[in-house]
Design a protein around this ligand. Structure first.
Ligand code: GUE
Length: 295
């Protein structure tokens, strides 16, 4: 039988663990972790995510600081805000919602964040630390995937992992984390020859391509674990629908375990953002890090 990995329930458990740590930090240390989210412009999807992040942050007992800037914000003003957040002791985590409007250089903006407060793990320092196996802030989506994989498999050592997609925010850091857990890792992408055959060798298949339902059941090894990172809004039979990068129906017939969309990786991303904010707060105060909530 195929196991459906319940990311929603898993995320609720992670959030409960974070909330317990936050309560203990308040009682024993008088410290409250704080997360600042910066949203530039009015992209409707981004607004939904930012609202969800705000609600989850409050729910676990953290302080939430929201900064909504107009779409025509000047780069210098955004950089000044980041400098202020870097210097603010109440702020332990900073997230600048991506994508940014085109006139802003997102590399420049992300690299202006204090790496210790970079809860997205996108700063070049954190990318380098992760790549060399040093302590870093780890990108939320890959961290959430890793937690679910460790829970399902126990040890990942020696397993063949194929990551489809080579983005800086998911594909590349996901590959680093799997390598860190001793998988044999292949990164496939749009130019990969014989993609179906490559995917079919995977004990762990992570789909992060951004193409709706591209990974079909015939590309999945029987019994494999399939992690679907895709979140695509499509229209079907005149109705709006959310689908992943995996064709769920056909893949679920072959897989040993699979994450659904919605209710899989998405909720884990936000839970890991809170976990990273807690970790950043503990490090900032030279306190022991929460166990099981880091890579
Ligand atoms: N700096 C930055 N960091 C991010 O982490 C970041 C970002 N920018 N920009 C946008 C993307 C997108 N993202 C999601 C988080 C949760 C769900 C989520 O919880 N999805 C629900 C469904 C929600 C729905 O119905 O739309 C699910 O999959 O079950 C989705 C998408 C974080 N992002």
């Amino acid at each position: 039988m195929t196991k459906v990995i319940d990311g929603k329930a898993f995320a609720a458990n992670v959030r409960a663990q974070v909330a317990a740590h936050v309560a203990r930090l308040r009682e024993e240390q008088g410290i409250q972790p704080g997360l600042a989210v910066v949203l530039v412009g009015e992209d409707p999807a981004s607004q939904v995510y930012v609202r969800n992040k705000h609600a989850s942050t409050i729910e676990v007992g953290m302080a939430s600081f929201e900064h909504r800037l107009s779409a025509d914000t000047r780069e210098a003003d955004l950089l000044a805000l980041i400098a202020a957040l870097n210097a603010d002791p109440k702020v332990h985590g900073i997230l600048v919602q991506l994508p940014l409007p085109k006139h802003l250089n997102s590399d420049l903006v992300i690299n202006a964040i204090d790496p210790a407060k970079d809860v997205d793990g996108f700063h070049i320092s954190n990318v380098g630390l992760l790549g060399t196996g040093q302590k870093s802030m780890v990108p939320c989506t890959p961290l959430g995937c890793l937690m679910m994989l460790r829970d399902h498999h126990g040890s990942l050592a020696g397993l063949n992992a194929v990551v489809v997609g080579r983005s800086n925010i998911v594909g590349k850091p996901m590959a680093q984390l799997l390598l860190g857990d001793s998988c044999t890792v292949t990164i496939a992408h749009s130019r990969t020859k014989d993609l179906a055959e490559v995917c079919k060798r995977a004990d762990i298949l992570v789909a992060a391509v951004g193409r709706p339902e591209m990974i079909t059941g015939d590309m999945v090894k029987p019994g494999a674990t399939v992690i679907d990172v895709g979140i695509n809004r499509i229209e079907r039979d005149g109705k709006a629908k959310l689908v992943g990068d995996v064709h769920y129906e056909s893949a679920a017939k072959v897989a040993g375990a699979i994450t659904p969309v919605p209710g899989g990786v998405g909720p884990m991303t936000i839970a890991c953002l809170l976990a990273n904010t807690l970790t950043a707060c503990c490090r900032a105060n030279s306190l022991p890090e929460p166990e099981g909530l880091t890579a």
